[in-house]
Design a protein around this ligand. Structure first.
Ligand code: ATP
Length: 347
């Protein structure tokens, strides 16, 4: 049985529909990211799961039991928000013990549990320090320890790492994932950062305009996006209009041999830059001009004009063949790396 189940959840604020009929299931022990651009309804969805907002319609169930009317404090959740809301007048230990204390745990039990929790987030022995003495990453870990103090059934985090600099953020992503795997706790994280979502989750829920565009394992959503929006939101994508042609598809400047558009006469295709193959010489089904080159360290990004289409390719430096701007080349869009959408689908 699925741990958390949402059925047709909707939230309206006056004329604004923040969440629009979302249904999904999250298995026990899964790490799931709600991912999407600003305003797509991620936070509203998380707050309904937490019991901090009432759905306008739909049902939320935990272990098969409907919890719509269960108040937040009875839902057995741990929550971490972007603004960590540590109490500045309490020590670190008192902050972490706070949820235990209000549940009536003894002082000795609280102290022992705080010690365990600080060990767990790799900050042993700092219970008597003030929160002002902590770095950003340490504050994050203390907030996580406090949220996990009551051994919640569900761990909910809203943009927990967005205040941290890039390096620390990456390190905390790994820590958070390792901690979650060790505890096996069902975890839902809101983020607008696709790299963060892809690197941490078992499943990502890509949202747009209050709806789920796709729920899938990160690599599946990356390789087989369900819509042009998902293709474009999860990393770079070349989105190109094509027409049905004899034994393949036609672009403005050439062909993709062997690409089937199914029953469609025209379509939108998506191909990742790393799947675009550049060949020397302008002979081939899709000739192109190199118009821009960017050295990215581990890769080289090459912008190509093929007819009216701009196509971006990523190649390892050694395999770019010493390309120069102005070169005439041929590119190959392998049919099995192309995802085909209806041409009406907007990005
Ligand atoms: P962000 O990443 O910017 O936090 P989000 O994806 O979390 O965005 P939400 O905060 O869930 O998006 O907001 C979804 C929509 O609902 C937005 O249009 C927002 O303006 C609206 N909204 C959210 N909360 C309220 C509220 N309390 N009253 C009115 N409108 C709201």
């Amino acid at each position: 049985m699925s741990g958390l189940q949402l059925v047709d959840i909707t939230k309206r604020y006056g004329a604004v529909t923040a969440v629009d009929g979302i249904s999904l299931e999250i298995e026990d022990g899964a790490f799931v990211c709600l991912l999407g651009p600003s305003g797509c309804g991620k936070t509203t969805l998380l707050r309904m799961i937490a019991g901090l907002e009432d759905p306008s319609a739909g049902d939320i169930s935990l272990q098969g039991a409907r919890i719509n009317d269960m108040p937040a404090h009875k839902r057995n959740l741990g929550m971490v928000f972007q603004s960590l809301a540590l109490f500045p007048h309490l020590t670190i230990g008192e902050n972490i013990a706070y949820p235990l204390k209000i549940r009536g745990n003894s002082r000795a039990d609280c102290e022992a549990r705080v010690r365990d929790l600080l060990d767990m987030v790799q900050l042993p022995g700092i219970e008597n320090r003030s929160t002002a003495q902590l770095s950003g990453g340490q504050r994050q870990r203390v907030a996580i320890a406090r949220a996990l103090a009551v051994s919640p059934q569900l761990f909910l985090l809203d943009e927990p790492l967005s205040a941290l600099d890039a390096k620390l953020r990456e390190a905390m992503q790994v820590e958070l994932r390792q901690l979650q795997q060790r505890l096996g706790i069902t975890t839902i994280v809101v983020t607008h950062d696709q790299r963060e979502a892809m690197s941490m989750s078992d499943k990502i829920v890509v949202m747009s305009n209050g709806k789920v565009e796709q729920m899938a394992a990160p690599i599946e959503a990356y390789k087989k996006p369900a819509s042009p929006f998902v293709a474009d939101f999860l990393g770079q994508a070349n989105l190109i209009r094509v027409q049905k042609a004899e034994s393949g598809a036609a672009l403005s400047g050439g062909r993709v041999p062997g690409l089937s558009l199914g029953p469609r006469n025209e379509a939108l295709i998506s191909i990742r830059p790393e799947d675009v193959v550049i060949k020397g010489g302008g002979e081939g089904p899709l000739p192109a001009d190199v118009v821009f080159i960017r050295e990215m360290g581990a890769t080289v990004e090459v912008h190509l004009d093929a007819g009216a289409d701009r196509i971006i390719a990523l190649a390892p430096p050694k395999r770019d063949g010493g390309l120069k701007v102005g070169a005439r080349v041929s590119i190959d869009l392998p049919a099995d790396a192309c995802v085909v959408f209806d041409s009406r689908e907007a990005v």
